[in-house]
Design a protein around this ligand. Structure first.
Ligand code: HEC
Ligand code: HEC
Length: 198
């Protein structure tokens, strides 16, 4: 249960919410052509449409590039992105990165349990805040997790816990420490805390 996979949910919801797009007229043809593909799942300006497709607007540029390269090479697990990323060159990743990382961060309105989020905040301060600052000045080391899709966050955490994503060793050790000292319900509280930023 704890480590239940959500890949199929993500796969299904990503396709379910695909939307036709003809926005981005203000961009150069090269930029619109490249990012139009992404917008089908990640929404106009990276604000993602499906409940489990990550919001990519306002990601940090080095981390955006790292994510694309790691999913392309298969080092980082993915349901869809590995295949998609294989279709592009590193130069094209740079153009996409310039576009999405300059978009305003979006926080997804999703159902949360306020009591769980309150407990999750304390856990976050104890275990995660050192690297993932949410309240106060943001931390360059990580992407913004406030308002990210909760099923996506859960999926990512499970990838680290299960040792499927070796690209960020600090996450493996941080979560090991967390799990040693906390229950499944605490894990859930943490995710509700991230989701509570809307
Ligand atoms: C068919 C839907 C779909 C399309 C099209 C798509 N993505 Fe994704 N994207 C996903 C899903 C789902 C994930 C989560 C990883 C996975 O399971 O593949 C993801 C993850 C990502 C991430 C990682 C975010 C993070 O926080 O680490 C980045 C970056 C990204 N996509 C960029 C892009 C770009 C750039 C394009 C256009 C070339 C694109 N995506 C096209 C569905 C899509
Ligand atoms: C020692 C620093 C450090 C600590 C502590 C830490 N993280 Fe991370 N975390 C990172 C780095 C670096 C990344 C990779 C960059 C990124 O994706 O933001 C990352 C990635 C993530 C991701 C994937 C983000 C994405 O967009 O795919 C999630 C989710 C996450 N961390 C949650 C947590 C949680 C929850 C905790 C506390 C239990 C925690 N982290 C503790 C450094 C840390």
């Amino acid at each position: 249960m704890y480590y239940q996979r959500l890949k199929y949910t993500i796969l299904f919801s990503a396709w379910l919410f695909i939307q036709p797009v003809n926005a981005l007229q203000t961009q150069t043809p090269q930029v619109s052509m490249l990012v139009n593909t992404c917008v089908a799942c990640h929404g106009i300006n990276g604000s993602s449409v499906g409940p489990a497709t990550p919001i990519i607007a306002g990601m940090r540029k080095p981390l955006f590039l790292k994510a694309m390269r790691d999913m392309k090479s298969g080092k980082r697990p993915s349901t869809l992105m590995g295949l998609i990323a294989k279709g592009y060159t590193d130069h094209e990743f740079q153009i996409m990165a310039d576009f999405f990382t300059q978009q305003k961060i979006v926080r997804y309105p999703q159902p949360v349990d306020k009591e769980k989020a309150r407990r999750g905040r304390l856990l976050h301060n104890l275990y995660c805040n050192g690297c993932h600052k949410i309240e106060g000045p943001s931390e360059l080391l990580s992407n913004n997790l406030a308002g990210q899709k909760m099923p996506y966050i859960r999926q990512r955490l499970l990838e680290f816990i299960n040792g499927e994503d070796p690209t960020t060793p600090v996450m493996e050790s941080s979560l090991k420490h967390f799990i040693q000292n906390n229950s499944e319900s605490d894990f859930d509280d943490l995710i509700h805390y991230f989701g509570s930023h809307q």
